[in-house]
Structures are given as C-alpha cells and as structure tokens.
Design a protein around this ligand. Structure first.
Ligand SMILES: Nc1nc2c(c(=O)[nH]1)N[C@H]1C(S)=C(S)[C@@H](COP(=O)(O)O)O[C@H]1N2
Ligand SMILES: [Mo]
Length: 175
C-alpha cells in the first residue's frame, strides 16, 4: 500500500500539448472519428474515486479521477455488433487490450485530473484511461487511439506474458 504516486512507464514520457493532442476512434465503427481536446471537454464531466493496483506489487487505495466516462466517448459513434474487443493505442506506441463490456462499466473513464490537479505528463496527461477493476497496466497513459475489434489481440504487456484480462482480485498477473 502506498500514498505516494509512483510512476511506471516503459520507455520515454511523451510530451503532448493539448492543442496538438487528438484521439482516433477506428476499426469496426460506422464512421471513424478524430476528437480534439475541446471535443473531450464538451462531453459531460464526471469524477470517480477508485483503487489503483499495479501488478508489480503496489496499490494506491484512494484516487479521485476527473474526466469523462469511457462510455460517453463510445456513444459518439456507432460501433458494430461484432466489436467485442478494444485495443487502446498511446503516444509512444504502448497498447493494451480490453473487452468492450469491461470498458463500458460505470467506473471506467478517460481522466485528465487526479486528486484535484491536472494530470502531469508522467502520469499520462493530457488524457489517460482509468480501469479501476483491472491491473494498472491496462490504465493506458497518453491515449491517442481506440480500435474496435471482433477478436481479442494482445497489447504491449499482454504479448510479453501478462494476462489478457488482468483482474487484480483474481490475481490474473501472467498468462
Ligand atoms: N502509455 C503507457 N501507459 C501505461 C504504461 C506505460 O508504460 N505506457 N504503464 C502502465 C503501468 S505498468 C502502470 S502500473 C500504470 C502506472 O501509472 P502511473 O505511472 O500514473 O502510476 O500505467 C500504465 N499505463
Ligand atoms: Mo504496472
């Protein structure tokens, strides 16, 4: 258990200005779209308090995240019925995979603030995914793409031996 906020990043920290930042929604969708910062800010803003569990043995129990529901972003476009899985893409090349039904749960969000302050670059600013009920490697930082897929595909750590689902309460660390 930690009250600090450790930084866990593979590789360099990408620095992206909000004016340049964008996110592409693509794959099995009716219309591919690209959202800019103002588009995200015009979506209903929410706040979620959640635990954060890193697979390398630390947990930060109380985190206040602010941003938008992941589901609010999906509601902006039509997703095909066969799109059961999602690949999250990030600036810097990191990826992680999740089932769509996990991503549309109430506590899953795209966050731009943490514990009352704007998300720093090292913690994934301007915008990161937060999936409280999965190990933190699935809470992708610097998100710039959401790809809708019919079959599950392994992301960065998943293709290096980490579990495809990663539920901390089932200790799904490795395959
Ligand atoms: N793009 C990207 N997202 C990432 C990572 C990464 O290396 N790159 N590391 C993951 C891991 S292993 C963890 S534990 C959390 C850590 O988030 P934090 O650095 O904000 O504590 O981010 C996750 N998201
Ligand atoms: Mo991690």
């Amino acid at each position: 258990m930690t009250e600090k906020f450790p930084v866990l990043t593979f590789g360099q920290i990408p620095i992206i200005d909000k004016s340049e930042w964008n996110i592409k929604l693509f794959g099995l969708v009716n219309n591919e779209i690209c959202l800019k910062w103002n588009d995200i800010m015009s979506i209903k803003q929410i706040s979620v308090e959640a635990e954060f569990h890193c697979v390398t043995q630390w947990s930060r129990l109380v985190n206040r995240w602010e941003g938008v529901h992941f589901k609010s972003i999906i509601d902006l476009l039509g997703v095909h019925n066969e799109a059961q899985y999602v690949m999250i893409h990030c600036y810097g090349g990191y990826t992680t995979n999740l089932p769509l039904d996990v991503l549309i749960e109430e506590d899953v969000m795209m966050a731009h603030r943490h514990d009352g302050i704007a998300l720093s670059a090292e913690h994934g600013g301007p915008l990161r995914l937060v999936v409280p009920k999965r190990y933190a490697w699935k809470s992708a930082k610097w998100v710039n793409g959401i790809e809708f897929m019919s079959e599950n595909r392994a992301g960065f750590w998943e293709s290096r031996g980490y579990h495809m689902d990663g539920d901390p309460w089932k200790e799904q660390r490795f395959k």
